[in-house]
Write a protein of this length. Sequence first.
Length: 114
Amino acid sequence: QVQPVESGGGLVQPGGSLRLSCAASGSIFSINAMGWYRQAPGKRRELVAHITRGGSTNFADSVKGRFTISRDNARNTVSLQMNSLKPEDTAVYYCNSVPPGYTWGQGTQVTVSS
């Protein structure tokens, strides 16, 4: 099963920044929009940002103005730049197509805490 590979998570203080990266192979990436999802403890997985193959982006209200998403179609990678991080951004972050077409990967843990 093809799985995206996420990286870049870590522990950061409130107000800090992180950049997440995802490498995803196969035709799914070349055809579909790609997105970043997150799942906090005890909560459902949610889509926080996505980008079409052409570069149009959309963000959840909770991250709008703080997160940006980009993709490199030649390298099959998608990135999430997260600024002004808040404790409520703490979650495991996953990338997948929109709608999800890959087997879910391991994700990368983001913890925002002082």
